[in-house]
Design a protein around this ligand. Structure first.
Ligand code: COA
Length: 260
């Protein structure tokens, strides 16, 4: 598939997905959602990609939400389908079983904040702005925001953001746990790649299974989660990388992981 609204590049195990509609503040129209879905389906199958960074083109926005000019045409039945389509794409990202880092410069509003929430790690530029302003448009967050924001920052804070539509800056986002780190805008991509490289240098089967176990928290009880953790731990112990990692420690050398 040739992409119109996203850019995709792979460099040394790291996939870079850039939403590329800067003149519309990278807002997510239907085509962009289709392209994101196609891109992440390919990433899932591509053994050359360990870690993914997703960002927005230009200086002004990560993603300023769903495309309001398309949204405006919906009624009750296709509004529901619209929400489900976005949820499907963001679920694909959350359950990719490869780490996805959101590098957020500028506005991350509505669907943009929800896209960041579906990623596993969020890094923000100092000028980033976050919010769920849907109530200003007569709607609620529809791409997972009521669920993921509530789980991430607690229900009181999520309710305040969603019910007021307030927009908060990067430092406030850091304070409430919405983002992991804040860097000056000009350092953001460098820091995102440094983090991706660190994760990419680890034993990838362990990285993927750790992520699977972490993400399972969203859906299963702690008892079932602990059962899953033990099963995945056992799977790790059956890998060549486990033998290599533990042997390298004992032999006081750096491990040479083969992702096997
Ligand atoms: N959907 C469609 N187009 C959008 C958009 C969105 N979510 N957000 C911005 N754009 C477009 C604007 O319409 C404008 O296009 P135009 O130049 O053809 O008129 C362009 O992007 C630039 O946006 P503009 O509003 O002029 O920039 P600004 O700096 O004055 O304001 C925002 C920036 C983010 C505050 C403002 O664009 C905004 O409120 N966007 C909507 C945010 C939102 O409600 N998101 C949730 C949607 S569910």
């Amino acid at each position: 598939m040739d992409y119109k609204n996203i850019l995709f590049a792979i460099k040394e195990g790291i996939g870079l997905v850039t939403i590329n509609r800067p003149d519309k503040l990278n807002s997510l129209n239907d085509i962009t959602l289709d392209e994101l879905k196609d891109c992440f389906q390919l990433i899932k199958l591509n053994k050359d990609i360990n870690v993914i960074i997703i960002t927005g083109a230009g200086e002004k926005a990560f993603v300023a939400g769903a495309d309001i000019s398309e949204l405006n045409k919906f009624d009750k039945s296709n509004g529901r389908a619209f929400s489900q389509k976005g949820q499907e794409v963001f679920n694909l990202i959350e359950k990719l079983e490869k780490p996805v880092i959101a590098a957020i410069k500028g506005f991350a509003l509505g669907g943009g904040c929800e896209l960041a929430l579906a990623c596993h790690i969020r890094l923000a530029g100092g000028n980033a702005k976050f919010g769920q302003p849907e109530v200003n448009l007569g709607i609620i967050p529809g791409y997972g925001g009521t669920q993921r924001l509530t789980r991430l920052i607690n229900s009181g804070r999520a309710a305040e953001l969603i019910l007021t539509g307030d927009i908060i800056d990067a430092n406030e986002a850091l304070r409430i746990g919405l983002v992991n780190k804040v860097y000056p805008d000009e350092e953001l991509m460098k820091k995102a790649f440094e983090l991706a490289e660190i994760i990419s240098s680890k034993a990838q089967i362990a990285v993927q299974l750790a992520l699977k176990s972490i993400v399972s928290c969203n859906e299963i009880s702690e008892t079932d989660g602990l059962l899953l953790e033990s099963a995945l731990f056992g799977n790790c112990c059956g890998t060549k990388d486990f033998k290599e990692g533990t042997s390298a420690f004992i032999e006081k050398r750096k491990p040479d992981f083969k992702n096997e």
